[in-house]
Design a protein around this ligand. Sequence first.
Ligand SMILES: [Zn+2]
Length: 246
Amino acid sequence: MSTPARIANLPHHNDVPVPWHIQWIDEAGAPTRPGTGIPDGTIDESKFTRCLARGRCWICGELRDRQGTFILNGTSLIQRFVREPPSHVDCAEWAVQTYRIHEGVFCLWRSSRFLPEHHEGRTMWRLIGDADAAEWWLDGRSATFEEALASITAHHALLDREARTEGGWRDSRSLHFKHQRALKFLPEEEPVIYRGYKLERDMRNNWTISRDKRVVAVEDNQDKAMNWIDGEINRIEEQKQQEQAS
Ligand SMILES: [Zn+2]
């Protein structure tokens, strides 16, 4: 992994650069200048304002261009609403590789369209429209289709439970739309080889067998999907045998 020059210029702790937004404290635990004392792992709240006012990168603190990269978990991706300000893309990639952050799978959402929004006394970022690019990370490496899908599914289930208790079916319906919209940004899936046939799945959970035979699967029912796939492969094999016999 290469360290961007902007990151290399940050104050270090134990030989590792410390992100610009992290609070440093002295021996008494009082806030201190970055690079003196130790980083305490919490966020220096003043940095939120400086990102907002000056368009600074959340990770390195230098000015960004129009495009920003957001580090999203499944919930922020579905809602397109996030607390942490945007960063340079290479800074965000460095952060997810170095800090293997909090809760597993992350989507790096790159876009020029986002707006700050006041929400319950805090500034949040509203992501407008689709991303220019989305990449997925887990434990400092690229996340697979399955891992990214599992993360979106888990976060959607939590949000859905909330929506049903608080807002009823209307909220749940709107959440369903947001969930489908999030699935568009999954990474490409590795093909699966099954009974000698290549299986590919698209984002709507439709399976294709070796490009020509399409099987439509129900989103939540993998067993049913596998039954259909087995049935299709049986038919393909029978057809082949008949052709060979004739
Ligand atoms: Zn940066």
